[in-house]
Every structure is written in C-alpha cells, then in structure tokens.
Design a protein around this ligand. Sequence first.
Ligand code: HEM
Length: 178
Amino acid sequence: MTKVEITGNSMIMLFAGYETTSNAMLFLAYNLALHKDAQHHVREEVQAALHKHVRITYEAAQELKYLTQCINESMRLYAPIPGNSRYCEEDITINGITIPRGATIDVPVYGMGRDGDIWEDPLVFNPDRMEDMSKIDPMIYQPFGAGPRNCIGMRFALLEIKITFAKLLLKFDLDVCE
Ligand code: HEM
C-alpha cells in the first residue's frame, strides 16, 4: 500500500467508525430513557448474562438478545447514516423501472425506517418487532447499508454498543431531563 492509501484508509476508518457509533449510542440512550420498561428488560438480561459469565465478555454480549433488538429498533427510528447512494454503471431495468447508466440512486434509509406502509405504528419504539430479523427485508431496513460494500465495521460497532450499554445499565438508570 502507498502512504496515501494508508492515510486514506486510516481516515475513513476513523470518520466512518466514530460519529456513527456515538450517534447510535446517543439515540439508544434516549430511547431507553423514554421507555423504562425496555430499559428494565435490558438490565435484567445483562444481570442474567453476568451471573452466567461473571464478566461482560464477547460470549456474554452475544447472548444479549433483547439489547440487540433495542439497538436495531433505535437505528430504525434514528439511522446514524440517514441516507445512502449508489452509482449506476450500466443501463438496467428492475421491476419495470429503467435506471440509465450514470444515474445516482438515493437510498432513503431514514424514510424507509419510518414508512407507515412498511411498519405498523412506525413512530413507536417497539423492540419486539426486531425479534426475528429474518422477517425483515434487508433492502428496507439497512442502517449499515446493503450488498458487498455494506459496513465493514458492523459487527465491531454492535459489539462496542452492547458492551458499553451492558456496563452502563449495571451502574446507572437512564432518564430524560425535564
Ligand atoms: C453504528 C455504527 C455504524 C453505522 C450505522 C455504520 C453505517 C455504515 C453505512 C450505512 C455504510 C455504507 C454501506 C453501503 O454503502 O452499503 C458504512 C460503510 C463503512 N463503514 Fe460503517 N457504520 C458504523 C460503524 C462503523 C465502524 C465502527 C467502522 C470501523 C471501525 C466502520 C467502517 C466503515 C467502512 C470502512 C465503510 C466503507 C465500506 C466500503 O466502502 O466497502 N463503520 N457504514
């Protein structure tokens, strides 16, 4: 790799990985502060995992299913990257719509996450709807993008968020200010 490539890749890893994860955590904290029942559920789950694993390890984090649902639901409502795009390299017709070569396709990630034709009560924070991710269309719910160039840091980000919130909720109660 050249020096320019190393610098460019280092910069993108920092920019792509810092603000995105911190915004995801910010909105998760907000949603859990607003929804004490969900916060309580997550805390109980973390305590059970701690009981089994003693520390919040990688393995323990994998068992935090309800916390994962809360993270996913929070990113549906508040996608850290609200829009994405793709450049069309050649003419193509999909479902009767022709997209010409050279066109840029905007992907409305935030809008799709709140579309009433797709989600029941779209503005309600309901982690239960994220219980079975195989029922969710990955082209519609795509906070980490989609396809071969989706987010390379997704697993790392989810782990980081889970460990942070597991530790946070063991010590603190999250509340909204007046
Ligand atoms: C909650 C946290 C994060 C969110 C919501 C997020 C979201 C995204 C999205 C939407 C894309 C574009 C994918 C596409 O076009 O299909 C992307 C790409 C990328 N992300 Fe993340 N990201 C997060 C965390 C991270 C972290 C922690 C890292 C690295 C440590 C990272 C590194 C990257 C890189 C390098 C790309 C470009 C991948 C490529 O072009 O092949 N991201 N991310």
